[in-house]
Design a protein around this ligand. Structure first.
Ligand code: NAD
Length: 445
């Protein structure tokens, strides 16, 4: 079966490369000509561990191709996966126009049966809207088609592994023909055991939102628990282990921090809230999840302000920032909480020395030139003459740092740990004033 992937971003490119790796013939289409030109040369425009080698290998072995031409793409394919953006509109609802445009582009060129598979995260009922688009476009042609929902669950930073070894594959289909085709396409991913869960289309679309909303809820829950811990003198690191040991709770996704970000959780929680309101439900819990996250994104700058209020004020201070991407192992800066912190600090007249192992090019595109921003070479360079370090993204390379020479390069000694990566007492013993999330402060004065 010949597979078309429409949209060659984090989801589309990884999915296309993994399908090709499993032996399928895959054509990836994007409207971004620059991106396609790079990909045709085997250059991957995003950072995702293991992806570039896989893309190069499958281009070489002639299973993976790229194009900007819908004409070529539609005539090539039997099945079309749509993996285009579904951003938030100003009111928080999901903008499905990219999906609709892609569907229209495909339908207007169809001359034979095709299956349209929606991989983008879309509000419940979007597959039916896509089906209406195809019905309108194909009204006079009498060409059969099916629309399937196949939401994606990969995690940026581990996307290739997630795609090759998914926990589950959700397929919403109401056509036996399309169901069989989906089983065939995914059969190489299920050699050890069956991982496909077939269900109705609406439930498949809802499953994706429910999964992301659940994960976001755990984060906001832990952030709220962390705030209470801080006020009562408890240590959220201990509490996390204490509750995670209950198998009904488990250890995953129980880390407090500086708020969830990225291209999915913020927009998907908002879209689910919007959908719930549309259908007359009161999404009280989801609204609280979102509100806690908004509050959490401001927490670190408030903490920094409070610390420096007793030490001559924040204006004119210099802070090193370690980590800019919304999480480790990705260059994705979409909705990164670091951006909120940076904006707050710049507005307070703070000078910043920014470092991230991978995301600096993307961060530069967003932040542009600013006289108070210095782009550092590495984590050590970032600390030159600074009053404080703020750890915002827990890249592994920040775990085992030799702090003694760093501290001697610094002007001040504050360490704001936005990801609770270090033991508070160890940091105090090294000479820092250590302030983490939901743990008692360790100040020397
Ligand atoms: N990024 C993730 O971790 C992740 C995980 C699961 C699901 N999703 C969902 O997958 C979808 C895609 O997300 P992404 O992060 O890959 O987006 P992305 O922005 O990285 O990539 C989308 C690509 O689609 C292209 N595009 C836009 N309109 C097009 C059109 N009409 N025809 C062809 N190409 C077009 C863009 O140029 C871009 O390259 C979204 O709905 C997202 O919510 C994302």
């Amino acid at each position: 079966m010949k597979i078309l992937i429409v949209g060659t971003g984090y989801v589309g490119l990884v999915t296309g490369a993994c399908f090709a790796e499993m032996g399928h013939s895959v054509l990836c289409l994007d409207i971004d000509a620059e991106k396609i030109a790079l990909l045709e040369k085997g250059q991957v425009p995003i950072y995702e561990p293991g992806l570039e080698e896989m893309v190069k290998r499958n281009i070489r072995e002639r299973r993976l191709f790229f194009t900007t031409s819908y004409d070529k793409a539609v005539s090539f394919s039997d099945i079309c996966f749509i993996a285009v953006p579904t951003p938030s509109k100003a009111d928080g609802s999901c903008d499905t126009s990219y999906v609709e445009t892609a569907a229209r582009q495909i339908a207007s060129r169809m001359t034979r049966y095709k299956i349209l598979v929606n991989k983008s995260t879309v509000p419940v009922g979007t597959a039916y809207a896509v089906r209406s688009i195809l019905q309108q476009e194909l009204a006079s042609k009498n060409i059969p088609f099916d629309v399937v929902s196949n939401p994606e669950f990969l995690k940026e930073g581990a996307a290739v592994q997630d795609c090759l070894k998914p926990d589950r594959i959700i397929v919403g289909s109401d056509s036996a023909r399309a169901t069989e085709a989906m089983r065939e396409i995914y059969s190489p991913f299920m050699l050890s055991h069956d991982k496909i869960l077939f269900m109705d289309i609406l439930s498949a679309e809802m499953t994706k939102y429910a999964a992301n909303a659940m994960l976001a809820t755990r984060i906001s829950f832990m952030n709220e628990i962390a705030s209470i811990c801080k006020q009562v003198g408890a240590n959220v690191n201990e509490v996390r282990k204490g509750i995670g040991s209950d198998i009904r709770i488990g250890y995953h996704f129980l880390y407090p921090g500086i708020g969830y970000g990225g291209s999915c959780f913020p927009k998907d929680v908002k879209a689910l809230i919007s959908k719930a309101r549309d259908v007359g439900c009161e999404p009280l819990l989801l609204e609280a999840v979102e509100a806690v996250n908004q509050k959490q994104k401001k927490l670190l700058s408030k903490t920094v302000q409070k610390y420096f209020a007793k030490r001559g004020g924040l204006r004119g201070k210099t802070i090193a920032i370690w980590g800019l991407s919304f999480k480790p192992d990705t260059d994705d800066m979409r909705e990164a909480p670091s951006l909120n912190f940076i904006e707050e600090m710049l507005s307070e007249g703070v000078h910043l020395r920014l470092y991230d192992p991978i995301a600096i090019p993307n961060a530069r595109k967003i932040l542009g030139h600013h006289p108070h921003i210095h782009w550092a070479e590495d984590e050590s360079d970032a600390t030159q003459d600074v009053d404080a370090i703020a750890l915002l993204t827990e890249w592994k390379q920040f775990r085992l740092v030799d702090f003694t020479p760093l501290l001697s390069r610094m002007k001040g000694k504050a360490f704001f740990d936005g990801r609770n990566q270090y033991k508070p007492i160890d940091m105090k013993n090294k000479g820092f004033d250590y302030i983490g999330i939901g743990v008692p402060d360790q100040l020397s004065t």
